[in-house]
Design a protein around this ligand. Structure first.
Ligand SMILES: [Zn+2]
Length: 256
């Protein structure tokens, strides 16, 4: 295995919060596999049931949801992840509301991650529109709200204390970089596993004659980010540091 550019810090537990089955693989798959290679515990939380992820209007929703849940477990296993949990919210209708924030804060307090990987909460006007699926925006926003303040504030959702879930401070959140990239992760040893994990979502390639060709853009994007990071393949993030120990964060400079 090629020596990799080190991660920005050592993590013990990572929680991936994704809107749909397959989002984790597309957005962070190679990073997840690298974290597992380095002995980090990684758990998935998939918020929706994925029942809008198909082209056949006559396929029963429960059937498609079950297929996609099984595929999600298979894909996670390719990356070395066996802890996969589903909230089962209806696909396509996710909202950053109190119900979702409570659900996410509960899982954060239970898993107590030091890093959360989730969606970007802002619509990207430069990237393909799929990156700004409304469920992605809702989960990105709700996950960040659950990290700060809900999971760490003992007065937020007091029923969680009654459930025995004490407050927890997540140290960092990484979201896909899009136009806000400030963190590149060297994934030279795991880029191929990412592609294999994406292809494990077989229902999403039912109409394809060449699934590998369909996801070539994923490889090209990792190659492009790799060039920026002086490595072969990279994944790109916006890094949101939420703990004081890491310093005050970047200082804004205004060009004159
Ligand atoms: Zn999605």
């Amino acid at each position: 295995m090629t020596p990799l550019i080190p991660l920005p810090r050592r993590f013990e537990r990572v929680l991936v919060i994704a809107a749909h089955p397959d989002d984790a693989e597309f957005a962070f798959g190679a990073t997840i596999a690298r974290l597992r290679d380095e002995g980090v515990r990684v758990s998935y939380l998939v918020v929706s049931d994925g029942a809008q992820g198909g082209e056949d209007p006559d396929e029963p929703a429960a059937e498609l949801a079950a297929t996609r849940a099984a595929e999600q477990r298979d894909a996670a296993r390719v990356l070395g992840v066996t802890e996969v949990e589903f909230l089962g919210f209806p696909d396509g209708l996710l909202a950053d509301n109190a119900e979702l924030r409570l659900s996410l804060a509960r899982v954060i307090r239970r898993h107590r991650p030091d890093l959360v990987l989730t969606h970007q909460p802002l619509r990207s006007l430069q990237f393909p529109i799929g990156a700004s699926h409304p469920d992605h925006l809702a989960v990105g926003q709700a996950a960040l709200n659950a990290v700060y303040p809900d999971a760490r504030n003992p007065r937020a959702f007091p029923e969680l204390l009654a459930e025995g879930l004490s407050p927890h401070r997540v140290a960092e959140v990484w979201v896909p970089g899009h136009e806000h990239t400030d963190l590149l992760i060297d994934v030279g040893n795991t880029a191929e596993r990412k592609v294999a994990a994406i292809l494990a979502h077989r229902s999403q390639f039912r109409t394809s004659t060449d699934p590998a060709a369909d996801v070539r853009w994923v490889v090209d994007r990792m190659l492009g980010y790799g060039k920026l990071h002086s490595c072969e393949y990279a994944e790109a993030y916006k890094r949101i540091v939420t703990d004081a120990a890491a310093g005050p964060g970047p200082v804004l400079t205004v060009a004159s």
